[in-house]
Design a protein around this ligand. Structure first.
Ligand code: DQA
Length: 144
């Protein structure tokens, strides 16, 4: 069983990007944590990042055939993208949305997510822990 962990814009800069908000861990470090946990949970992780909205749409579509589930940190596109909303709606595999920061405790333009109404659930505010919690949530969904 494979799950996709998808990352949107600017997340490639984790580690040096606003560490006071996002922490000091790099995306590669987070990917390693995800792979370690996934092995325990009995699945394989395909971990990807893109700064391009359409690429994220392509990967969500690919997940429909190629994955058992998706965890996605859409970055800022979560707040703006009807295309990502539509892509999530159009696929049959469960999707968990995640954010490192607590988007509800930040600027008002981060309080809404285009994805939240169409995903299985949302995890935010736990730093890199949001990724491992999202994987546990996916494991739970896939088992029940
Ligand atoms: C983010 C929160 C978004 O508001 C922001 O645009 C990001 C990262 C997070 O993980 O906390 O790029 O998704």
């Amino acid at each position: 069983r494979k799950v996709f962990v998808l990352n949107g814009p600017n997340l490639n800069a984790l580690g040096k990007r606003e560490p006071g908000i996002y922490g000091g861990k790099t995306l590669d470090g987070i990917a390693d944590e995800c792979r370690t946990l996934a092995a325990e949970l009995g699945f394989e992780v395909d971990f990807r990042q893109s700064n391009h909205e359409g690429v994220l749409v392509d990967w969500l579509q690919e997940a429909d055939d190629g994955a058992a589930g998706v965890a996605i940190n859409p970055g800022a596109y979560g707040h703006t993208s009807i295309a990502l909303h539509d892509a999530v709606r159009s696929i049959d595999v469960p999707v968990v949305e995640l954010h490192l920061s607590n988007i509800h405790a930040r600027e008002t333009f981060r309080h809404t997510s285009m994805l939240s109404p169409v995903v299985a659930g949302v995890i935010c505010g736990f730093g890199p822990g949001s990724y491992t919690l999202a994987l546990r949530a996916l494991a739970d969904i896939l088992e029940n």
